[in-house]
Design a protein around this ligand. Structure first.
Ligand code: HAM
Length: 416
């Protein structure tokens, strides 16, 4: 029987893995320059934390979570996103005791039971950042600017940064009333889910992708028209600071996020070149979540980048060719011992060296060197061993150089 991977997941193999590593390294460097430190959190959590924060009526909680009972009959969920687990860890580990802003980043898999399609997976990877303890809109502008820098550094251009404000618990009730007034006349046109959402959480109606609902909610009042003074000022300051930082953006008053925890600032970055799953990254402020999780009232803001969304955009321009610096072809047992010694010493200098293990002909060894992309090749036969001198061949220029059979001599040539 042949086993196959599950639907909606992927094996990430060489040479593609070098694109992943490139993105992770670029992001880590930029995070460091902004003072964000890495955290690694569990992949599974108590189901409650997601219901409480993402929202009972959100698509993620209603339809997309991988939830199961463990052997102790506890309800466990594979994390569908990173912010709720982060806030759980923030509260549990008293991270609020450190000076604000406390800034963290994470990289890892998330799980959502969505219908798989191009660039949409059931196991997908995010690079996320969260900054806690400061509610100043300068931080909002700074984190969006950092996101823009990361996306630029990995080679992405022409992205669309959309921002909005979705208000706070003070101004949201007014907005919900206005939205309900607008939606009420159109109830018959909505899908059954939206009929229910209208009663439980009308904001979620805005998130529905069913074509009749999309049509029916056209012209609904924009949330930015209902912001209280505090939220309005915060949004104005954000726009002002984004301008000062030269982060191009558009204001989308109809931007809807699929997670209930957001307050004030919300944003999404998209690319025209990705088809229907165009969101490359998204985030926003969640000033109420720490308190909701039992911690002291603490504002927070963050974002997550979808790895599978950026990789198709940069992969083609990326050189994934890779191979050892040196391939050593020994022609006998004694030669193989010498080859192994030289290889070990060179590897301790951090250089990728391969040694051929079988006593095949020079021709077949050279063929193998080519297949694995070796940059240099050296053949060690009886003469080379006796004279302690061999010829090292550069596989690109075909140039040969004499080299003593000791690792220092090789090092001199390979390091050039
Ligand atoms: P989100 O918008 O649900 O936000 O996801 C962020 C990004 O993850 C999306 O923009 C997209 O690039 C990627 N993504 C989401 N679902 C999939 C999927 N099924 N397959 C591939 N990529 C996907 C969050 O997750 C929030 N936790 C972001 C955040 C952090 N907000 C504040 N802090």
């Amino acid at each position: 029987m042949k086993y196959r991977k599950l639907k909606g997941v992927q094996d990430i193999l060489p040479p593609d893995i070098s694109v992943w590593q490139f993105i992770e390294e670029k992001a880590s460097k930029i995070f460091r320059s902004y003072g964000y430190r890495e955290i690694r959190l569990p992949i599974m959590e108590s189901t409650d934390i997601f219901i409480r924060s993402i929202g009972e009526t959100s698509d993620i909680v209603e339809k997309e979570m991988y939830t199961f009972k463990d052997k102790g009959n506890r309800s466990i969920t594979l994390r569908p996103e990173g912010t709720a687990p982060f806030v759980r860890a923030y509260v549990e580990n008293h991270l609020n005791n450190e000076p604000a802003p406390q800034k963290y980043y994470y990289m890892g898999p998330m799980f959502r039971y969505e219908r798989p399609q191009a660039n949409r997976y059931r196991q997908f990877y995010q690079i996320g950042a969260e900054a806690m303890g400061i509610d100043d809109p300068k931080l909002d502008a700074e984190i969006i600017s950092m996101l823009s820098l990361i996306l630029k550094a990995v080679g992405l251009n022409g992205l669309n940064f959309e921002i909005t404000s979705i208000g706070c618990k003070e101004c949201r009730p007014d907005y919900i009333n206005a939205l309900k007034d607008f939606l009420e006349d159109k109830l018959v046109e909505f899908c059954s889910d939206c009929g229910r959402r209208f009663k439980t959480n009308p904001l979620r109606v805005l998130d529905c992708k069913v074509p009749t609902c999309v049509k029916a909610k056209k012209g609904s009042p924009p949330v930015v028209d209902y912001l209280c003074k505090d939220c309005g000022d915060h949004f104005d300051q954000l726009k002002h600071n984004l301008k000062k930082l030269n982060v191009p953006h558009t204001i989308n008053p109809n931007l809807v996020r699929g997670l209930d925890y957001y307050t004030k600032t919300a944003f999404e970055v998209s690319s025209e070149n990705l088809g229907s799953q165009s969101a490359v990254a998204a985030g926003g402020r969640y000033d109420g979540m720490v308190k909701e999780f039992g911690g002291p009232a603490t504002p927070g803001i963050g974002f997550a980048i979808g790895m599978e969304r950026i990789i198709p955009l940069i992969k083609d321009s990326f050189d994934t060719t890779d191979g050892p610096e040196l391939f050593i072809c020994p022609l006998g047992e004694k030669e193989a011992e010498k080859a192994l010694q030289i290889a070990e010493q060179l590897r301790s200098n951090g250089i990728w060296i391969e040694v051929n293990y079988d006593n095949t002909s020079i021709r077949s060894q050279m063929r193998k060197a080519n297949r694995i992309g070796a940059k240099n090749v050296v053949v060690i036969g009886e003469d080379e061993l006796n004279n302690t001198v061999a010829a090292i061949k550069n596989m690109t220029t075909k140039e040969e150089k004499r080299v003593n059979l000791d690792s220092d001599a090789f090092l001199g040539i390979l390091k050039k």
